[in-house]
Design a protein around this ligand. Sequence first.
Ligand SMILES: [Zn+2]
Length: 102
Amino acid sequence: MMKEIAYGYWWNCKSCGEENAYGLTEAEADDYNKEWEEDNADAVAEGETGEGACDWWYNVTAEENDAHIEDKEHCWKCNAVAHADTRTDKAKWFDSIVENLK
Ligand SMILES: [Zn+2]
């Protein structure tokens, strides 16, 4: 079964075409948030939260950074490793914007 993510994005496997989820489930996000807040006491003192950091990374910047490719995620269905061709449209769009700003 595809992972049930609460935070993250989706990408398509090049080998079998199946949709895959990259990110965290609700339970994983809780762990992530606790750890983040323990490791970032300074930021927490300034009002930041683990949830905010989690949301920013998994819902906003991870996709632009091709996180599932960097992490060599495996397709849940056929186990193929995510390679460069599995970049999402949003990541490509983001790159085209950056390219146009040069
Ligand atoms: Zn696959």
